[in-house]
Design a protein around this ligand. Structure first.
Ligand code: CTP
Ligand code: MG
Length: 230
């Protein structure tokens, strides 16, 4: 039986899944690539659907795969599937367009962060519910970061203590995300970046190692090992 979402929940989760997965190498759209025999998107949606305050899930699928994704996810969770766009931001905007106005909180999540635990989805939502307009999960930066110039010559060492590595889901008051997207100028900025440009505070909460983004072939191997941690 398909698990139900919480009809009294106050959260919609947008899951952009329309990317090509170029950095993962040949093998079709990344969201449909297999991890332990199941598409990344199935792993991701199962975890989103398990988060207690989620009322609606909207997936932006590759345009050619919308029907296939509907069939794929039907047994996993009740989801709305729309065709995504050429850039991630466009896919997010297309998904956002089908969220009803009475949903107070909207989270934007990457299908590529397929192992993100329900607890992280809930902690981001809770921070928005507590009054913050925009919330992002982050991890400390572990590597030393250098600024370089021409010829790969080091110009200086960046102070790592003020840097954060940003994950998803990024959480927003619905009105804040809608206004930021309506004003969007730079298609390569992430959702929190759009809100920053609008002059609103974006607040960090602790992220999770399990919310790693599956980007390159090595990440699939790491994710397979992490499956047994969850
Ligand atoms: N995404 C999307 N629409 C796009 C581009 C990306 O919905 N036009 C989604 C991806 O499916 C992914 C998330 O945004 O879940 C993060 O993008 P990324 O990790 O860069 O995935 P891809 O764009 O698929 O990978 P690549 O950049 O290697 O091609
Ligand atoms: Mg990409």
């Amino acid at each position: 039986m398909t698990p139900q979402l919480n009809a009294r929940g106050d959260v919609a989760v947008l899951v952009p899944a329309a990317g090509a997965g170029v950095r993962l190498g040949p093998g079709g759209p990344k969201a449909l690539r297999l991890l332990a025999g199941e598409p990344l998107l199935v792993h991701a949606i199962r975890r989103v659907a398990a988060a207690a305050s989620v009322r609606q899930i909207v997936v932006a699928a590759p345009a050619a795969d919308v029907e296939a994704v509907r069939l794929l996810l039907a047994p996993v969770a009740p989801v709305t599937v729309v065709a995504g766009g050429a850039e991630r931001q466009e896919s997010v905007a297309l998904a956002l367009a089908v969220v009803p106005a009475d949903v107070a909180i909207v989270l934007v999540h990457d299908a590529a962060r397929a192992l993100t635990p329900p607890s992280l989805i809930e902690s981001v939502a809770a921070a928005v519910r507590g009054g913050l307009p925009a919330v992002i999960p982050v991890l400390p930066v572990v590597d030393t970061i250098k600024e370089v110039g021409p010829g790969e010559v080091v110009l200086g060492t960046v102070d790592r203590s003020v840097l954060r590595s940003v994950q998803t889901p990024q959480g927003f008051r619905h009105t804040v995300l809608a206004a930021a997207h309506a004003a969007a100028g730079d298609p390569l900025t992430d959702d929190a970046g759009l809100v920053e440009k609008a002059g609103l505070p974006v607040t960090c909460v602790p992220g999770s190692d399990l919310a790693m983004k599956i980007t390159r072939p090595l990440d699939l191997i790491l994710a397979e090992a992490l499956l047994h941690v969850t």
